[in-house]
Design a protein around this ligand. Structure first.
Ligand SMILES: C[S@@+](CC[C@H](N)C(=O)[O-])C[C@H]1O[C@@H](n2cnc3c(N)ncnc32)[C@H](O)[C@@H]1O
Length: 208
C-alpha cells in the first residue's frame, strides 16, 4: 500500500516555499551525461525539474517521476518556461517508488539525491532502477556522501558509502561494468550564497 505519510511529508516540504532547489541541472549529471548520445531516460525523484529540463534540451526523451504532485507541477512549469518543443519529449508520472515503478527499459536511469527522511527500502528501489536499464545503457546514482558544511541538523547522520549503495543492489558483476564508484568533492554554494565543498557519492554503472 502507498505510504501517504511520505507523500504528505514531501508535499508539505515543497509547499514551504516557492522554490527549494536551484533550478539548475545537477553538476554530476552535466559532468557524466554531456558526452552521452541522447536516448530514453528515466529520472527518479525529479523534484522541481532542473535535470529534466536539461536532459530534454540535450535531446533526451525523459520519463520524470516523483512522489509529490507539488514537485511534478513545478517541474512541468519549469519545462514550459524553458520553451520550444521540450514538453513533447517529457512525460511526468507520480509514483511512490517503494510501491509502484514506471514500466520500460531506458538508456539512462538517473537518481540524484533520492534521499528521504522517512523509513524506506531504498536498496529495493535502486534494484528496480538497475532492472530498468536497457542493455548498453547506464545507471547514474548521485548521493550525498556527507552533510553540506552549512547543514545545521544532520551532522550526526551516517551516510552510505558508494560501495554500500552498489552492494545493496546485489548486481551480477558479469552483467555490469563499474565506470565510476567513488566519493568526489566539488565546490558548491549554500542557501545564503556561501562557498563550500560538497561531497557526493557518484555511481555510474553500464549494463553490458
Ligand atoms: C532531495 S530531493 C532531490 C530532487 C532532485 N532530484 C534534485 O536533485 O534536485 C528528493 C526527491 O525525491 C522524491 N522522493 C522521495 N521519496 C520518494 C519516493 N518514495 N518515490 C518517489 N519520489 C520520492 C521527493 O519528493 C523529492 O522531490
Amino acid at each position: 500500500m502507498e505510504n501517504t505519510d511520505t507523500q504528505q511529508m514531501w508535499e508539505e516540504r515543497y509547499a514551504e516555499s516557492e522554490r527549494i532547489w536551484s533550478g539548475r541541472p545537477n553538476a554530476r549529471l552535466v559532468e557524466v551525461v554531456s558526452t552521452l548520445p541522447p536516448g530514453a531516460a528515466l529520472e527518479l525523484g525529479c523534484g522541481e525539474g532542473g535535470d529534466t529540463v536539461w536532459l530534454a534540451q540535450r535531446g533526451w526523451r525523459v520519463l520524470a517521476v516523483d512522489i509529490a504532485n507539488n514537485a511534478l507541477q513545478r517541474a512541468a512549469a519549469a519545462l514550459e518556461a524553458a520553451g520550444g518543443d521540450l514538453a513533447e519529449r517529457v512525460e511526468f508520472q507520480r509514483h511512490d517508488l517503494t510501491v509502484t515503478f514506471p514500466c520500460g527499459r531506458f538508456d539512462l536511469v538517473t537518481a540524484h539525491f533520492l534521499h528521504s527522511p522517512t523509513e524506506w527500502d531504498r536498496d529495493a528501489v535502486m534494484r528496480r532502477a538497475a532492472a530498468a536499464v536497457a542493455p548498453g545503457g547506464r545507471l547514474l546514482i548521485v548521493d550525498h556522501a556527507e552533510a553540506p558544511p552549512w547543514a545545521e541538523h544532520i551532522h550526526d547522520h551516517v551516510f552510505a558509502t558508494a560501495e554500500e549503495v552498489v552492494a545493496g543492489m546485489d548486481l551480477d558483476p558479469a552483467e555490469w561494468e563499474r565506470e565510476r564508484v567513488e566519493r568526489a568533492g566539488r565546490e558548491g554554494l549554500g542557501p545564503d550564497g556561501q562557498l563550500g565543498t560538497l561531497v557526493d557519492n557518484v555511481i555510474l554503472l553500464r549494463r553490458r
